[in-house]
Design a protein around this ligand. Structure first.
Ligand code: HEM
Length: 567
């Protein structure tokens, strides 16, 4: 062949390839697609708006005729749809649930971290785990156990920590986001493994080594989630897979982080096995799943999937890591935005304070050491309807999981007429949905807990498809109730004792910037000053204070470094 004919032939081949890739997109004319560049897709505006990704997505979804848009990657790679419409959410998560799977788009980037755990699994592996987990979450013993864990962590860690911050000379600011993240991390580790690890406070010298390991685990977990999440934004998996093979850059960081996670979790599993089947067993999540996979001889389907002792331990590792991921940043993120919103809305803060003081009188959340007192989820918390409404309202504006993704197993047509092709991703954006005047009225950008209260002042739930903060349908969040108990207990305990004052005065007109991670974190944390509401400490706080002295300002503590404290 004439060498001169080669370049035009190559150009023709590339053009045909592009046409083949892009052709299906061109045929779905009914779909609303902003910025439809046939070659670059939406990549250029995406890069331009990445720093305000959620608000950009909200603007586009609000402007779309049916609140659904088609999204195109460069060169036709990774196309899909995103929506902010309850009817479509209902269709994705309930009506046509079997067709919308986690799929490779989520599974491939997170597989190294989450393995076969509940979060990534689809099909039978998921349904078996879901059944067991649902049973565990509904059980009275787990609820009692998690209530006890929560009370202990509040009383021994969070409250003394904040009391110390309030009493420190010059009232050094603390990064409330970091403190809450550590608190919820310790809490979920305890519920998941039954291990009392503390990244928030050092209690005694004997706990030093354990604290060091827990802290390394905390940092490794952060790294692993961050790198796995960033993998999702690669237009193709080829680049990160090549980096993983070569062990370079962020992939090397991920490999190191996963090694730390594996060592820590496997040690916890070995410890749990050593403790055997005593009374403590079957309380935490690990022991419940361990019992289920050990039932192979009695015909347990889950046990049969993981036959060798090594495979069983790996599976338990995946289960535990999935639960830690679920509980780690979700509630802390919600609480961080909540405290900021209260500071920006003093009227609401007053109402929360008054209600919590009224209900806590005589009980003192976190002070009561009696395990049998109100073990089943804090009766007094249940009566705090305004607080419940305020937390729900905070998550409407700042949902901890702001955007969620599924992959269409087969082609489908959404209720609004949008065509979805097999293999396309199909996202719903809870952040955008919380800001739709169509769904919440013209005051949708205001923080108004009253919108959730009925005439008797009781909090009224709405359909999860309209408020998909905890997802909906068969894969809805299993920890919803646990999360509300945790958030309400923390807020009630904190606001009745302390005033939380952001260093930068809070205003609804200038919210703190967020960062694009798996959860909606504040980019620079939330530096606050803690002030005691009462001049005299409670007896419990007094009893605990001598064991703790914060020696350095915590503000600016990078998330990979524990707050400094000494015994
Ligand atoms: C404010 C706090 C929380 C929020 C907003 C939240 C939100 C969510 C969302 C959006 C999902 C769906 C994820 C997906 O499939 O893509 C989910 C699933 C899940 N959540 Fe939560 N969550 C919270 C707290 C918790 C806690 C404390 C736990 C307890 C460990 C928990 C356990 C789970 C589990 C096990 C699933 C997986 C369900 C499944 O795939 O079948 N969550 N959550």
């Amino acid at each position: 062949m004439d060498a001169a004919a080669l370049p035009p032939l190559l150009a023709l081949a590339v053009a045909v390839l592009l046409l083949v890739r892009l052709w299906p997109r061109a045929t779905t004319r009914r779909n609303h697609c902003p910025y439809p560049n046939p070659v670059l897709g939406n990549v250029v505006p995406l890069l331009r708006n990445f720093h305000r990704f959620l608000d950009w997505a909200t603007d586009m979804l609000a402007a779309a005729p049916a609140n659904t848009i088609e999204v195109r990657g460069a060169l036709g790679l990774c196309s899909g749809v995103a929506n902010a419409d309850p009817a479509v959410v209902d269709h994705l998560l309930r009506g046509n649930f079997p067709n919308y799977v986690k799929g490779a788009r989520f599974a491939a980037p997170f597989a190294d971290l989450l393995g076969s755990g509940l979060f990534l699994a689809d099909g039978r592996l998921w349904s078996l785990q879901r059944k067991l987990a649902s049973y565990s979450f509904a059980s009275r013993s787990l609820r009692r156990f998690s209530a006890r864990v929560l009370r202990a962590h509040l009383r021994r860690r969070l409250l003394p920590f904040l009391a110390d911050a309030a009493d420190s000379s010059g009232q050094q600011p603390v990064d409330l986001q970091d403190v809450l993240r550590r608190f919820t991390f310790d809490n979920i580790c305890d519920v998941a493994f039954g291990v009392d690890s503390s990244t928030l406070l050092l209690q005694d010298a004997a706990g030093d080594a354990r604290r060091h390991d827990a802290d390394a685990f905390f940092r490794a977990f952060d790294d692993a989630v961050q790198v796995s999440f960033a993998r999702m934004f690669h237009p193709t998996t080829v680049v990160w897979k090549a980096m993983r093979l070569a062990g370079v850059g962020s992939e090397r960081r991920l490999r190191d982080a996963i090694r730390v996670i594996d060592d820590y979790v496997m040690a916890m599993i070995a410890e749990s096995e050593e403790r055997g089947r005593g009374d403590e067993q079957h309380q935490n999540l690990l022991s419940r799943f361990a019992a289920a996979v050990e039932e192979e001889e009695q015909g347990s389907e889950l046990g049969a999937m993981f036959r060798s002792p090594h495979a069983k331990r790996r599976f338990l590792r995946d289960v535990v890591v999935s639960f830690v991921l679920a509980g780690k940043d979700s509630t802390s993120t919600a609480l961080t935005w909540f405290f900021w919103l209260l500071a920006a809305n003093p009227r609401c803060e007053r109402r929360v304070y008054e209600e919590a003081s009224r209900h806590s009188r005589g009980h003192g959340h976190g002070d009561d050491d009696d395990d049998d007192h109100d073990v089943d989820g804090y009766d007094e918390l249940k009566g705090m309807h305004y607080l419940h409404a305020a937390i729900t309202e905070a998550m409407r504006l700042y949902p901890p999981v702001p955007i969620n993704t599924r992959v269409a197993a087969a082609g489908d047509v959404l209720p609004d007429g949008t065509a979805v092709r097999a293999g396309w991703f199909s996202d719903y954006c809870a952040y955008a949905m919380g800001r739709m005047p169509r769904l919440w009225g013209d005051d949708c950008r205001e923080f108004r807990p009253e919108r959730w209260l009925d005439g008797r002042g009781e909090c009224v739930a709405v359909d999860a498809a309209r408020y998909p903060v905890f997802h909906a349908g068969p894969r809805a969040c299993l920890g919803r109730e646990m999360a509300y108990v945790q958030m309400k207990a923390v807020v009630a305990a904190v606001v009745t004792r302390f005033a939380v004052e952001p260093v930068q005065p809070a205003s609804m007109e200038a919210p703190p910037p967020y960062e694009m991670t798996a959860t909606l974190r504040m980019k620079a944390g939330l530096p606050v000053r803690i002030r005691r509401r009462r001049p005299c400490p409670t007896p419990t706080e007094t009893a605990h204070q001598p064991t703790l002295t914060v020696t350095a300002p915590i503000i600016g503590t990078p998330s990979n470094q524990a707050p400094k404290s000494r015994v």
